[in-house]
Design a protein around this ligand. Sequence first.
Ligand code: NAD
Ligand code: UD1
Length: 332
Amino acid sequence: MRVLVTGGAGYIGSHTVVSLIEAGHEPVVVDNLSNALRSVLARIAEVAGVTPEFHQVDVRDREAMAGIASSGIDACIHFAALKAVDESIRKPLEYYDNNVRGTIDLLAVLSAAGVRNLVFSSSATVYGDPTELPLREEMPTGRATNPYGWTKIMMEQVLTDLQAAEPEWSITMLRYFNPVGAHPSGLLGEDPRGIPNNLMPYVTRVAAGILPRLRVFGGDYPTRDGTGVRDFVHVQDVAEGHVAALERLSGEPGLHVYNLGTGRGHTVLEVVKTFEEATGKPVPYEIVGRRPGDVAESWADVSKAERELGWRATRDLATMCVDAWRWQENVR
Ligand code: NAD
Ligand code: UD1
């Protein structure tokens, strides 16, 4: 399949482009490079042996996107979005414009070009504060605690309404839990600017001596060691989930929703311990107050993706830590 990949130079996008090439597909990458480097394309080529077609275009540029969409595209994977929770609180209009308007613009262009297969990057954040675990796809979506989360809830609504109005669409919403890790080659990974908000990039920077210690947000949650529980999933597993969804569901009209996680929760302190054991690098930490907006626990029921997509995460937490660390050593 010739697959338009918006945000394909980003963290999850670049891994997915590699998985698409490995599965024999032809990715067409569109990225405005607002949060990625052009050099990622050469790294993809080094890993996958093929340089993907690339367009530095913003998804809101309907004219440029129309030209690309009419170039024989079979399906689209839509990653392009802004994703920093803190920034979204400070710049809500930028987030709604980029994420929600960007998605509407993209859908209009795809529809006009007759492309009606879409896989969309959603997030476990749409479930809000869980009332029951594990999280299942049919549970109601909740209230977001920040504009970023609201953009995901809104985009899911836009997609749901579009599919109801134009039932020939195949729309798959993949709700990622906590993607971490990096490509085992050490050539692709996540390199957040400034001080990372997310746990794993923070841990790797502490291990590298760039930051003095990890601040563990909250030691008094009702969990086995008092720290937050998340379903960490290797970014390569997430990438492969997109290929599975595309291959199973393209041309199958409907609204399809899947969790992408491992089905297992780990506490923050278990991540620290596993990282230390797997890499031999100490991660000093201190327990501080809870971070506003955090939930105590979140993990997925992954049985629907297993059953219907034939997809299952295969890499464990130690592999996620080792791969994240290899990447950190390479970018240093
Ligand atoms: P990322 O920032 O690395 O990738 C997003 C890419 O989209 C970047 O390369 C950026 O330059 C590009 N982009 C942003 N706005 C654009 C626009 N208007 N036009 C063209 N390109 C644009 O982020 P990621 O972690 O790879 O996330 C990919 C998707 O997955 C996002 O939609 C994100 O919200 C979603 N998601 C990520 C996580 C996570 O933990 N990383 C969790 C759940 C959902
Ligand atoms: C966060 C976002 C979510 C987004 C996801 C991926 C919030 C409230 N949620 O999820 O919307 O989709 O990132 O980008 O921001 N932790 C520490 N110390 C740190 C960093 C994190 O203890 O320095 C803890 C957190 O409290 C949490 C766990 O580690 O318990 C995971 O945090 P993080 O990696 O930020 O992911 P989420 O909060 O699950």
